[in-house]
Design a protein around this ligand. Structure first.
Ligand code: G6P
Ligand code: ZN
Length: 541
């Protein structure tokens, strides 16, 4: 092992989900090493303990995995567990950390962002509970990265990542394991595989798009091999370094082919897709795109139909911009409803403390207390378990959910790659207006409350401020403005729009038309066109 002198980079601040940068930034000499050493320097008492390492297979994955293994050895870890081929989905990594009581894990991914020599890469640290490091740790990592002057690395040769087995790097053991087996076993424990298998065998046709990303091998094994779905059910199942040149982002823009297929006559009854690192999901039923917010609410209302949740839920947590549909389910069930800032890490404490069982975000994330990350395939399996038990179509299940609880019309408008100063200026101007808003009217809308969301963690008492501007109307409608924390170029403004409609006679309207008044209000109050020069959003989900 050797100690290498280095100088700090000033841009290693972890965002919503770890450090994300373009590959050319990560490829600079010492860049990844500095960050990994900053992670290790921010942790205590890991000597001799186990570190889980894996990634979504994108460009640079293998290189940085070898670096991380050698640095773990030189820094005194006792063992590294690494997925074969460097592959490990984010939820599977969370499971490995928990199951094998590892000290923590390093996940290499930029999630749903594109991959390739000029695209995105990322490094994220997860703690011993299997979840993303809390802000206390990510802040410490950033502080350390600004001062770092050396890192430690072994000079041992590369580990043969493609051969399952036990190896050594200096004094440290390295286990290359099958990344799918433990995860598949966990899913079999949570869900009623026999019922789902029979349901599929009886002709319920599904399609799963792995988007040439990490979920391919997991979905193949679970849906086709274990649940008996016909070969070909899982598409784009080989993880590619550049995801085939696509955005591995399961939404109506990037998973349009799957959507069109499910909507077509004769197409499958149910379709699902997941993202680069396997933690996001999109679900569509014939005749209906199920928004992530609705998906969380419907899953929560029906979770008791799956073995793992038959005893009921302790509570439901959602990120602040996620629609309030899940809150209505929690209210009816008489269980806790929690509203957290954007970022899965905020759910960790609620899950650890047993306050929440199910969590979800509008950004196509759903999960439960089975791991400490959102979990794309898990959400698909819970849907299948519910569909199999109820014997109704996804369309009918969602429609009857709305009839019972009312419908939260919901949409997110993204303005990607806008000028950072313009974006900050827009948010500052909104914040300056907040106090004057309550009581003001716009068309039929009257502002009830307006604030910059601050979260008081009920478990550890920590406070996270400035998490997004919320404007709440007397009717229950909302507009939320926030800047994305996951982008790698410029800024992305997200505008979240929500309108509550209790009347079932009005549940078949077009979402954008129903939200038109709120959309106009958002422009009126934020001046998006004038400040960003954009006349329309880049992506609407
Ligand atoms: C990642 C995080 C999520 C978060 C999402 C959107 O997927 O894991 O928790 O909701 O990014 O974050 P952003 O800051 O871009 O809106
Ligand atoms: Zn992801």
């Amino acid at each position: 092992m050797t100690t290498i002198a280095t100088t700090p980079f000033d841009d290693q601040k972890p965002g919503t989900s770890g450090l994300r940068k373009k590959v050319p930034v990560f490829s600079q000499p010492h860049y990844a090493e500095n960050f990994i050493q900053s992670v290790f320097d921010s942790l205590d008492d890991y000597a001799g303990k186990t570190l889980v390492i894996g990634g979504d297979g994108r460009y640079l994955n293998r290189t940085v995995i070898q670096t991380a293994i050698k640095m773990a050895a030189a820094n005194g870890f006792g063992k590294v567990m690494v997925g074969k081929g460097g592959i490990l989905s984010t939820p599977a990594a969370s499971n490995m950390i928990r199951k094998y009581q590892a000290f923590g894990g390093i996940i290499l991914s930029a999630s749903h962002n594109p991959g390739g020599p000029n695209e995105d890469f990322g490094i994220k640290y997860n703690t011993g509970n299997g979840g993303p490091a809390p802000e206390k740790i990510t802040d410490a990592i950033f502080e350390r990265s600004k001062l770092i002057d050396r890192y430690r690395i072994s000079e041992a040769p590369d580990v043969p990542l493609d051969e399952i087995g036990i190896y050594t790097v200096d004094d440290m053991e390295v286990e290359v394991f099958d990344p799918v087996a433990d995860y598949a076993e966990l899913m079999e424990e949570l869900f009623d595989f026999d019922t789902i298998r029979t349901f599929l065998a009886n002709g319920f046709e599904i399609a799963f798009d792995a988007m040439s990303a990490v979920t391919g091998p997991y979905a193949k094994e679970i849906l086709e091999n274990r649940l008996g779905a016909p070969e070909g059910t899982v598409r784009n199942f080989t993880p590619l370094e550049d995801f085939g040149g696509h955005h591995p982002d399961p939404n109506l823009v990037h998973a349009k082919e799957l959507y069109d297929e499910v909507m077509s006559e004769g197409g499958p009854a149910f379709g699902a897709a997941s993202d680069g690192d396997g933690d996001r999901n999109m679900v569509v039923g014939k005749g209906i795109f199920i928004t992530p917010s609705d998906s969380l609410a419907v899953l929560a209302a029906n979770a008791h139909l799956a073995p793992a949740y038959k005893g009921g839920l302790a509570g439901i947590a959602r990120s602040m911009p996620t629609s309030q549909a899940a809150d209505r389910v929690a209210e009816k069930l008489g269980i806790g409803a929690y509203e957290t800032p954007t970022g899965w890490k905020f759910f960790g404490n609620l899950l650890d403390a047993g306050k929440a069982t199910l969590c979800g975000e509008e950004s196509f994330g759903t999960g439960s207390n089975h791991v400490r990350e959102k979990d794309g395939l898990w959400a698909v399996l819970l849907w299948l378990n519910i569909l199999a038990m109820r014997g109704e179509s996804a369309y009918d299940i969602v429609k009857s959910h709305w009839a019972e609880y009312g419908r939260n019309y919901y949409s997110r408008h993204d303005y990607e790659g806008i000028d950072t100063d313009a974006a900050n200026g827009l948010m500052d101007a909104l914040r300056d207006k907040l106090e004057t808003l309550p009581g003001t009217t716009f068309g039929e809308l009257t502002v009830a409350e307006a604030d910059d969301f601050a979260y008081h963690d009920p478990v550890d008492g920590s406070v996270s401020k400035k998490q997004g501007v919320r404007i709440m109307f007397e009717s229950g409608s909302r507009v939320v403005f926030r800047l994305s924390g996951t982008g790698t170029s410029g800024a992305t403004l997200r505008v979240y729009l929500e309108h509550y409609e209790p009347d079932p006679a009005k549940h078949d309207q077009d979402t954008q038309e129903t939200l038109a008044e709120l959309i106009a209000y958002a422009e009126h109050i934020a001046g998006i066109v004038a400040r960003t020069g954009r006349t329309e959003p880049t992506v609407i989900t």
